[in-house]
Design a protein around this ligand. Structure first.
Ligand SMILES: Nc1ncnc2c1ncn2[C@@H]1O[C@H](COP(=O)(O)OP(=O)(O)OP(=O)(O)O)[C@@H](O)[C@H]1O
Ligand SMILES: [Mg+2]
Length: 497
């Protein structure tokens, strides 16, 4: 065996803020190592040191026993390291094959050798059972396929160490299975994989060992066979008595009043004649496979997709919602699945992001009061436990999970009739999920109707009063949440009765 990579006594600070402290971390050839920790623990930052994105403030890195200081991402790649970042880094306007070979194009003298690259692409596709047209413009691909392209890019670079930072967040179950196959194949080729995820089932499935971080420190490295879900949560949070999922003990649905929302025969090219009601204070889960078009249904309600038929009634009144702006003025809120494009402006401060959807509240006369925005934002940071140094920081400086929490915080205290959560716990650590659930409970308690989409069915059962099952853009079943199990929902999703 032998260690391929060793990080010794690593420190990293941004300005006066220290993010990594005294980290020792090493991996062997052919090992699949999980890197775990709560949101903001420092996982991505540690990997960015190996990826040549950040240089450590202090400490040494050895690659194959030789000291090395990665000067930039290119240097790291040349040294045999590929990183698939949490925030995808493909160029949207390039084709698939151009992205895969970006920065290491095959050439004939000075000319780019397209043929050779296509051949190589085909080889990798065959070997790893991929099939995505090499000429597709990357932005036209689904997020899941873009994630697959990132993975393929790392594979085709033939790196010795492949780092995957939350690689499955947008993948369907089938795509996850392909990824797991790829990982075992890479392992059999004696490659080293470092795998970051908040989904512990995946860790038990594919990893040999796990390193656990907490608050910028390395707690330790364990064999996966010596760990349990509970043990990992305890190590991550330092809390001995941590309960992973609390049972829901409330229902605020006002079934004796008229529904707050009535969707009647909604139709688009992807949504087939969908009708449902939501009552005041009711939490309705939408369950379905990734790709079942749950998001397409709620996109109609939020004015993102134009409906081709049907009507929407709020408080018994027909409303016309042709844009997100109109949705918001009709008291509908959305926490979108695609937070990078729809939920946040990364180059702006946390507080301007948090204040964005209810700006009127923060006005003194005609001017927006920065202090009021800051005060509101700090309230959200406090109640959701968002890890920040100051709300004046740019959102892009936050860890992935903490960015997600900022998206949720925008809607707190807003006067709403309906709020939609679309995969809100993506990238959220298991302990922090409870903070998101608490916001759902709070909204429901004040009479707001909630639509909750999650691919984690345990979570859907944990939170919903009623569950609508979605298949191919249609609602195919309705389940009352009175002791039903994940298996019951699965049966309905797959139409097994
Ligand atoms: N460029 C930066 N400037 C300032 N602080 C930063 C910067 N990048 C990261 N941080 C801080 O470093 C800490 C660790 O962040 P990191 O992204 O490594 O967390 P993580 O473990 O990957 O979390 P997650 O599970 O949420 O992705 C966070 O508090 C984050 O705000
Ligand atoms: Mg991260």
């Amino acid at each position: 065996m032998g260690k391929i990579l060793e990080m010794i006594d690593i420190y990293k600070s941004f300005g006066s803020v220290s993010v990594l402290n005294r980290i020792d971390f090493s991996v062997e050839k052919g090992e699949v190592r999980a890197l775990l920790g709560a949101n903001g623990a420092g996982k991505s930052t540690l990997m960015k040191v190996i990826g040549g994105v950040h240089s450590q403030t202090k400490g040494r890195v050895l690659l194959n026993g030789k000291e090395i200081n990665f000067k930039n991402p290119h240097h790291s790649k040349e040294s045999g390291i590929s990183v698939i970042y949490q925030e995808l880094s493909l160029v949207p306007t390039l084709t698939v094959v151009e992205n895969i070979f970006l920065g290491r194009e095959f050439t004939n003298g000075i000319f780019v050798n397209k043929k050779a690259m296509l051949k190589e692409y085909e080889n990798v596709c065959n070997e790893f059972d991929f099939n995505i047209n090499p000429y597709t413009i990357t932005s036209k691909l689904s997020i899941a396929n873009q994630q697959m392209i990132e993975i393929m890019k790392a594979i085709s670079a033939n790196s010795d160490i492949i780092i995957m930072d939350e690689p499955t967040t947008s993948l369907t179950n089938n795509e996850k299975e392909s990824l797991f196959k790829i990982i075992s194949k890479l392992k059999s080729m004696n490659k080293t994989i470092i795998y970051i995820s908040h989904i512990l089932e995946e860790v038990f499935r594919v990893c040999d060992s796990a390193s656990i971080m907490k608050n910028g420190e390395m707690i330790g490295t364990y064999k996966v066979s010596d760990l349990t879900k509970l043990k990992i949560t305890q190590l991550m949070t330092g809390n001995e008595n941590h309960e992973i999922i609390e049972a829901k003990d409330y229902c605020y649905a006002r079934y004796d009043e008229d529904p707050i929302l009535q969707a009647k025969n909604l139709r688009t090219s992807k949504v087939k004649d969908v009708s449902f009601d939501i009552y005041k204070g009711e939490i309705v889960g939408l369950a379905g496979l990734v790709g079942s078009r749950r998001t397409e249904i709620i996109n109609i309600l939020f004015g993102i997709d134009k409906k081709e038929g049907g009507e929407i009634l709020l408080n018994n009144k027909k409303v016309n919602i042709a844009s997100p702006k109109e949705a918001i003025s009709n008291k509908i809120g959305l926490i979108p699945e695609d937070r990078k494009n729809l939920g946040l402006i990364l180059d702006h401060a946390i507080y301007t992001n948090s204040a964005a959807v209810q700006i009127d509240r923060f006005k003194n006369g005609i001017f927006v009061s920065k202090n009021k925005e800051i005060e509101f934002s700090e309230g959200g940071v406090e109640s959701l436990g968002i890890k920040v140094n100051s709300v004046k920081q740019d959102v892009k400086e936050l860890s992935g999970g903490n960015q997600q929490k900022v998206v949720v915080s925008k809607w707190l205290e807003k006067d709403l009739d309906l709020i939609i959560y679309d995969e809100p716990t993506k990238g959220i650590d298991i302990a922090a999920k409870e903070d998101i659930f608490k916001t759902v409970e709070k909204f429901a308690k004040t009479g707001i109707g909630v639509i909750f989409i999650s691919s984690d069915l345990e979570e859907v059962i944990r939170i919903s009063d009623r569950i609508l099952v979605v298949r191919e853009g249609a609602i195919v079943d309705e389940l009352k949440n009175d002791g039903i199990t994940v298996q019951d929902i699965m049966n309905s999703i797959f139409n097994v009765h």
